[in-house]
Design a protein around this ligand. Structure first.
Ligand code: ZN
Length: 678
């Protein structure tokens, strides 16, 4: 299995409400463009020990120190543009309600959210709705010392350099080109490669490095560096202390060091020390050693990710974005995932896939439910709801992986969506709505648990199958495999027997929600006339459309009309479950055999194209609800409380900070990189 496909799943599955709203906590913080900003609670923080809180505090500081890195990775002008817009935003003396200024404010909020000038999900460059003249006059109105000018650069030259990057739709149009026949590196404007290097040159460079490598435990070449061509020479610029991004990485290391005295045990201390050694040397063998220590530590209650981890942003899947999450275990909810992982072998043995593609021995499934207390880099403000790491295949094979469900995030999504009119608009009847209200939060989380903890880890490749055989379709098919594994077992009486579900009705809530989302409501994220692009979304449509088509003769799922509006109705849940099983068996076969043609056909026939009439209807109905299709989070503010003699007596959380306020504070207190990092 590929590293890309097996990793974090981003975004909530649907937007449907299911529980009673929290009256005194304000989940919704801000709303602009296609985004809604929420905040999350950190339940259980107060009852942690002071030592654990201090550990979380220092790790959380480390989580914020690398913020600029992710901006720069996403594009070499991102820091210049962010800093310029912030200077305007802070110092503007005109009418702040004036449309041009409002448009600039919205644009800045989007840049903050996406950590750059391209949409975080669609990856296309934003179109500013303020004029180049307005921007120019704002910049000229600032004292030059407030602008991120290059050494000796005039304001005029600065504007000549920066304005086309913001306003010209042909300049840096796409953050990362994930498909197409041309040179994907040249078509991508992110900053993982530089100096007009070609895709072929990149591929040749790494192919050469891999000659004679350890194929049993291959290191993740290219993971922590930018590859550039300078004066005709190809060079790797490693992200480390003393290398590229040093000034931010030094701060991360400093905070990690401050965390060490509060480590819960020797294993955790060793993990932090190894991570520091990796940041100091940039040595990828040290990173692997760190990952092994990390995955084997299942005893610590506090846990964290901090580093160059996910490779979704690189069209070649090598370069990792910087991210951090800091968290502690949710013991009560983890009872649920422990039951699942304790029974992992049972699930593998009883799955509907061909025996040749099953693992004889499932190993190392460690699953827990966590509460995050700080998000940074590529996990902020847009946040995954589940993570499965590490990504290196050989570490997963020999040492297993850690899989988590982030329940305080799923809870915030759930709470924020209550009473927003979405389910009243799109769900067929009160019967489905009632089932979702009753079981939705539980079955949604359980589906994520099964997806992360069992789905991605299940099955095996035949011995002679090339792990990269499915190429550009691998991410979609891998997500489909994991989702189907979860869906199939949600409807299994075994889950009731294990005490994971209260009765044999509960699973229907998730089935309905999944099908409605895959056939209809996820289309709210896509512009009219465009195809489904993103892997998780393609996967959901693929599954929903396939079972719809296959179920047609028996009318298992139907589209119904009521007062001119289209609804999805599931007529037979048991037969739907059987279809999930059938498709799971087929997707596993495709993966195990590396059947590219069948995989491509499945994705292209079911996952990509949209019925334009239904799409227009869904968009129109959604627009009237005035909701935002994408969500992200502000972090709580974490503060040390000091006693009379200066010793720390407590760490407290504050949930009152606004979105712009938080972003400006981060830019002031956690910004260490130069504007241009060459
Ligand atoms: Zn996944």
């Amino acid at each position: 299995m590929t590293a890309m496909a097996m990793t974090a799943c981003t975004g909530p599955k649907t937007d449907v409400a299911s529980q009673e709203a929290d009256k005194d906590f304000n989940y919704v913080v801000d709303k602009f463009a296609d985004l809604e900003i929420l905040r999350y609670k950190v339940p259980g923080f107060e009852s942690l020990s002071l030592r654990q809180k201090q550990l979380l505090y220092h790790l959380s500081e480390a989580a914020l120190m690398g913020r600029d890195i992710f901006f720069d990775q996403n594009g070499r002008y991102n820091l210049a543009i962010r800093r310029t817009l912030e200077a305007i935003y802070i110092n503007y003396e005109g009418d702040r309600e004036e449309p041009q200024f409002k448009a600039l404010e919205t644009y800045l909020k989007r840049v903050w959210f996406a950590s750059g000038i391209h949409h975080h999900y669609a990856l296309d460059k934003f179109r500013p709705e303020f004029s180049v003249d307005f921007f120019t006059s704002c910049v000229k109105g600032l004292s030059p010392d407030k602008l991120p000018l290059r050494e000796g650069q005039s304001v005029e030259r600065f504007l000549e350099e920066i304005s086309p990057v913001i306003f010209d739709s042909k300049v840096m149009p796409k953050r990362s080109a994930q498909s197409g026949d041309g040179d994907l590196i040249k078509a991508s404007s992110n900053n993982y490669y530089g100096g007009d290097i070609s895709q072929k040159e990149v591929e040749d460079y790494y192919a050469k490095l891999k000659i004679g490598q350890d194929t049993i435990r291959p290191i993740s070449y290219g993971l922590n560096s930018r590859l550039v061509k300078e004066d005709g020479q190809i060079k790797e610029k490693v992200w480390k202390v003393g290398g590229l991004y040093s000034s931010a990485i030094e701060r991360i290391v400093e905070r990690l060091r401050m965390a060490i005295p509060f480590a819960e045990n020797d294993a955790q201390r060793a993990i932090i020390e190894k991570l520091i050694a990796y940041y100091e040397t940039g040595d990828l063998k040290t990173f692997d050693a760190y990952s092994v220590l990390w995955v084997e530590d299942t005893a610590s209650e506090v846990d964290f990710v901090n580093g160059f981890i996910e490779t979704y942003g690189d069209p070649l899947g090598m370069k990792a974005s910087w991210e951090s999450t800091v968290n502690f275990i949710n013991k009560e909810a983890t009872k649920r995932t422990r039951i699942i992982s304790d029974n992992a072998q049972w699930f593998e043995d009883h799955s509907p896939v061909d025996k040749r593609f099953k693992k004889e021995r499932v190993k190392g499934v460690s699953a827990k439910v966590i509460t995050v207390s700080m998000l940074g880099g590529d996990c902020y403000p847009s946040t995954p709801i589940g993570i499965n790491l590490p990504n290196a295949d050989w570490i997963r094979r020999d040492h297993g992986s850690k899989s988590v469900t982030i329940e305080n995030i799923t809870e915030a999504y759930d709470k924020a969506s209550q009473g927003n009119g979405f389910s009243e608009e799109f769900v067929w009847s009160d019967k489905e709505r009632e089932a979702m209200r009753r079981y939705g939060f539980l079955t949604d989380n359980l589906h994520t648990d099964l997806h992360e903890c069992l789905g991605h880890g299940s099955g095996k490749l035949l011995d002679d199958t090339d792990p990269n055989a499915l190429k550009a379709y691998s991410s979609t098919l891998e997500e489909a495999r994991a989702d189907l594994f979860g869906l199939y077992y949600l409807g299994d009486p075994k889950l009731v027997e294990l005490g994971l579900l209260p009765d044999n009705e509960a699973y229907k809530a998730e089935y309905y929600k999944y099908i409605m989302n895959g056939l209809m409501t996820q289309l709210v994220r896509i512009e009219l006339d465009k195809d489904v692009e993103e892997a998780h979304m393609r996967n959901r449509q693929l599954i929903a459309k396939w079972v719809y088509e296959k179920g047609k003769p028996e009318d298992i799922i139907s589209f119904e009309k009521k007062e001119g509006k289209t609804y999805v109705v599931v007529n037979d849940y048991l037969k739907l479950r059987a279809l999930f099983g059938e498709l799971l068996a087929e997707v596993q076969r495709i993966k195990s055999e590396g059947d590219f043609a069948a995989g491509k056909a499945l994705v292209e026939n079911y996952g990509v194209k949209i019925d334009p009439e239904l799409h227009a209807e869904v968009l129109e109905r959604y627009a009237r609800l005035n909701l935002a299709p994408y969500k992200g989070f502000v972090n709580p503010v974490m503060r040390e409380v000091k006693g009379a003699n200066g010793t720390v007596t407590d760490i407290v959380l504050d949930y009152t900070e606004g979105y712009a306020e938080q972003m400006l504070r981060y830019s002031r207190d956690y910004s260490f990189l130069p504007t241009y990092n060459d």
